[in-house]
Design a protein around this ligand. Structure first.
Ligand code: RP5
Length: 176
């Protein structure tokens, strides 16, 4: 990270209920870094450290955060509780759980009461959460918007390349 970047205010927070959620959130952290968006990363549990979670959410706007990504598994109350404490957009990431494969996390995060929204991505959807946060910031940042367009172009070109190769060598010889 450059020293200029180190001095920037974090625009996005990536918070998770447990360090066991980190592998799910890491793609969000990485894509934000790739787009040179400074992010604050925290472990804050709605159940184990509720007061720290409240303190974080109540100060989020005043310290300059614009979007919060919150990942949790199981009962997964973290995204919804943070959303109840701030008007910043909250993106919820359901973490795949051991007992119910993350369906519990998904249902918990997505079923918010009217008035307190959480934008919920797929189970394990850390990457899309990071991209969605970048897209929100890009509404007012042309340079960032161009980077996201380039990312989409690269996705497109990659599929076209794979399609070309598949047609050239036939499916039985295709090794993805
Ligand atoms: C949730 O409980 C966390 O978000 C995590 O997904 C789950 C399990 O936590 P650990 O027991 O692995 O710390 O609060």
């Amino acid at each position: 990270m450059s020293s200029a970047n180190a001095e920037q205010t974090s625009l996005v927070a990536v918070v998770m209920g447990s360090d066991s959620d980190l592998p799910t959130l890491q793609p969000a952290i990485q894509i934000l870094e790739d787009f040179q968006i400074k992010a604050e990363v925290r472990i804050l549990s709605a159940h184990r450290t509720p007061l720290e979670m409240i303190d974080f959410a109540e100060k989020a706007t005043s310290k300059g955060l614009k979007v919060i990504i919150a990942g949790a598994g199981g009962a997964a109350h973290l995204p919804g509780m943070i959303a109840s404490l701030t008007t910043l957009p909250v993106i919820g990431v359901p973490v795949k759980s051991k007992s119910l494969s993350g369906v519990d996390s998904l249902h918990s995060i997505v079923q918010m009461p009217a008035g307190i929204p959480v934008a919920t991505v797929a189970i394990g959807g850390g990457l899309n959460a990071g991209l969605l946060a970048a897209e929100i910031l890009a509404i007012f940042d042309k340079n960032l918007s161009q980077k996201i367009s380039q990312y989409r172009q690269d996705l497109h070109d990659n599929v076209v390349k794979k399609d070309k190769r598949l047609r050239e060598i036939e499916s039985k010889n295709y090794d993805s």
